[in-house]
Design a protein around this ligand. Structure first.
Ligand code: AMP
Length: 221
């Protein structure tokens, strides 16, 4: 039985942090559409350069290219047992494309935890976020700062602020979330797979709740 987890929630709700921790428990890959785009961007591929302007403005990259990129990734053999999706789907079109692709492989979305965080907290968190340019570890200057300023605790790499984590772009990302992505709440609720999780608890508490949520959903299948 495969386990497909779709983490839903506004930017800054902790989807990436939680996905990384879930992967250690579930043993399935973590697929983040944002990371895939950033990877393309750093290699200056055609896809990366096309996605750049959308990402910089906090808008969405068009569905057709996004769907193609993510479906190609989750169709690889390492996702046969399941996957933790973070940042995808972000539109109804993407959600329908995901369902279609999973169905072809005899899979389906197992559970969709909705990580809830209020808007002020999103703004506060994202503008204080720093990421390691080498290993991708994520810090927050407010509640999980690195031991040494600008240096990654894990690998010693340099920390940087994502270009789209400035206040103006964060507001636009939030607007995009409400406009394009929030309809997915109803979509997954209607399918009976949505579970609300309080994203304002500590990272450990959210992780614990997510594990329980996923365990319960797997037992139902
Ligand atoms: P994230 O790291 O998930 O916050 O994504 C960073 C940026 O990548 C977003 O603001 C979008 O511009 C783009 N992006 C990531 N995932 C998607 C998606 N599923 N659909 C469209 N654009 C996306």
């Amino acid at each position: 039985m495969s386990t497909v987890v779709v983490l839903l929630g506004p930017p800054g709700s902790g989807k990436g942090t939680q996905a990384k921790r879930l992967v250690d428990v579930l043993g399935t890959p973590h697929v983040s559409s944002g990371d895939l785009f950033r990877h393309h961007l750093s290699r200056e591929t055609e896809l990366g350069l096309m996605a750049k302007s959308y990402m910089e403005q906090g808008g969405l990259v068009p569905d057709d290219v996004t769907v193609k990129m993510v479906i190609e990734r989750i169709s690889r053999p390492d996702c046969e047992e399941g996957v933790v999706l973070d940042g995808f789907p972000r539109t109804l079109t993407q959600a329908e494309a995901l369902d279609g692709a999973l169905e072809k492989r005899g899979q389906e979305v197992t559970v969709v935890p909705l990580i809830e965080v209020n808007d002020d907290e999103v703004l506060r968190r994202l503008t204080a976020r720093r990421t390691c340019e080498d290993c991708g570890a994520v810090y927050n200057l407010l509640f999980s700062p690195p031991q040494e300023k600008g240096v990654c605790d894990v690998c010693g790499g340099s920390l940087y602020q994502r270009e789209d984590d400035n206040p103006e772009t964060v507001r636009h990302r939030l607007y995009t979330y409400y406009k394009e992505t929030s309809p997915l709440i109803g979509y997954y609720f209607a399918k009976g797979v949505l579970v609300e999780v309080d994203g304002e608890q500590s990272v450990d508490e959210v992780h614990k709740e997510l594990r329980e949520t996923i365990k319960a959903a797997r037992e139902q299948v």
